[in-house]
Design a protein around this ligand. Structure first.
Ligand SMILES: O=c1ccn([C@@H]2O[C@H](COP(=O)(O)OP(=O)(O)O[C@H]3OC[C@@H](O)[C@H](O)[C@H]3O)[C@@H](O)[C@H]2O)c(=O)[nH]1
Length: 431
């Protein structure tokens, strides 16, 4: 969540604004390199106090499994005094926030306006975070008959249920109490969901566009991967990554490896070691490394996903459809195969597969289990030459990509966003 906030801060700084970025100490180290305007964007570290149930040293959602997220939100609430002290000292014109639902109340006491900046998809916000719905069931008037949960999503809803109520209360409180809402999306992809949110909350909704970094400013792809990928033909490699929050069960990790093997295609899988394993090697299926050694790598560390997707040898992206990865997949030329885990990833997958028709989804059993055969089948359905499904999604994806990457779309959104924001902040009628 913090990465798009920092990209937005860069845009504000580029237009001459000063930004103070409140974040846990550890996250500062991880994000510092993305700060393009260190003179205008100042990091303000917060101390994360220990909370029963939160592992020592955990400061962000990527440090913990989803089941412990509720403890992190308690720790976040304990930082309120530190945030208030910063507001008192800095007297900002505007505070952008997301999960810290108490920010609008606190800001009002200091005469400061607030904007809830929602960095998850508009479809998920419309489905899960508008009053009137319940866990798994959309609120009345929800604008889609396709972007819905299905029976096979019980696994995702069950993990969501561990923090749904608390999350729902926090986010809806923030959305109701803030002065303005903004969403990290664009009208061309999620217009009807944004309009629905605006109607339901009766509040201006501003869109920032997907808020991705500009590619020319990122580092080049590491030699290790550019060299390895260049050994394969154009568009032939399958790349799989599941974001920062998914740690697979060991049996499902092995099924993922075996599914990749079954495709017969070259592949690069970048996921964290599965539960109970310290390394990838100790968890691999028996004999797997020998069988795939000339064409397959399973890697347990972070790789430069956007640059890998842009490599000409990569032809297919197997993704969990986290919101950042969803945009990156749309901007790539890869065929898209989706394997969602968390609630928003499931809804994003339905948007991509059923409404936009740019991807295929791996079939799961009702228990949430996916087999190596179904994984391989989904990949081959888009990678085999002359496959009807493959050609259809390739065409729709190419058309949509043209819209998304069209000259000025991204900068157009951020320019308009900053302009409108400046007007709103200066509008004294709101005081
Ligand atoms: O090895 C990797 C893995 C991921 N990444 C990058 O990390 C980012 C991952 O962001 P995503 O939003 O796709 O996924 P995450 O799982 O980290 O996100 C989290 O917040 C957004 C929600 O939609 C997701 O449900 C939630 O899991 C992407 O920009 C991706 O390029 C890497 O650069 N290297």
């Amino acid at each position: 969540h913090m990465t798009p906030f920092l990209h937005l801060a860069n845009k504000l700084a580029e237009k001459g604004h000063r930004v103070t970025f409140l974040l846990p100490k550890k996250a500062q180290k991880q994000l510092e390199h993305l700060n393009l305007f260190p003179d205008s964007i100042v990091f303000h570290p917060l101390t994360i106090f220990p909370v029963d149930g939160l592992p020592a040293g955990a400061e962000t959602a990527s440090d913990i499994p989803v089941s412990l997220v509720r403890f992190l939100s308690i720790a976040m609430d304990l930082s309120r005094d530190q945030v208030e002290a910063a507001v008192r000292a800095l007297r900002p014109d505007l505070i952008l926030f997301d999960i810290a639902h108490w920010v609008p109340d606190m800001a009002k006491e200091h005469g400061v306006k607030t904007m809830m900046y929602n960095v998850i998809s508009a479809n998920c916000t419309a489905h899960d975070l508008v009053p009137g719905g319940e866990l798994g069931v959309p609120p009345p008037g929800y604008p889609s008959s396709k972007v819905l949960y299905r029976e096979q999503d019980a696994h995702a809803l069950s993990s969501f249920s561990t923090y749904y109520k608390r999350f729902y209360n926090r986010v809806t409180t923030g959305l109701m109490n803030c002065d303005f809402i903004s969403i990290r999306t664009c009208q061309e992809i999620e217009g009807k969901f944004c309009d629905y949110i605006e109607r339901q909350y009766q509040k201006k909704v501003l869109l920032t566009g997907p808020m991705l970094p500009e590619p020319e400013k990122s580092k080049p792809l590491e030699d290790q991967w550019s060299h390895w990928l260049s050994g394969f033909g154009q568009g032939s490699v399958v790349f799989c990554a599941l974001g920062s929050q998914i740690t697979l069960e060991k049996d499902q990790f092995q099924e993922l490896c075996l599914g990749m093997e079954l495709t017969g295609l070259p592949f690069l899988v970048a996921v964290t070691p599965p539960k109970g394993a310290k390394t990838i090697q100790e968890a691999l299926p028996e004999g797997f490394e020998d069988r795939v050694k000339s064409r397959g790598v399973v890697w347990g560390e972070w790789v430069q996903q956007p640059l890998i997707l842009a490599h000409s040898s990569v032809g297919c992206f197997v993704s969990h459809c986290g919101f950042g990865s969803m945009w990156e997949s749309l901007m790539s030329d890869c065929q898209i195969v989706l394997l969602p885990y968390l609630n928003d990833q499931v809804l994003n997958t339905r948007l991509m597969t059923e409404e936009l028709e740019v991807s295929v989804e791996v079939k799961r059993e009702e228990t949430g289990w996916f087999s190596k055969e179904n994984l391989s089948c989904a990949i081959m359905s888009v990678m085999e030459k002359d496959s009807e499904v493959g050609n259809r999604v390739r065409r729709s994806h190419a058309n949509l990509k043209e819209v998304v990457v069209s000259a000025g779309l991204l900068t157009g959104y951020t320019d308009k966003f900053v302009d409108t924001l400046e007007k709103l902040v200066n509008d004294t009628n709101l005081e």
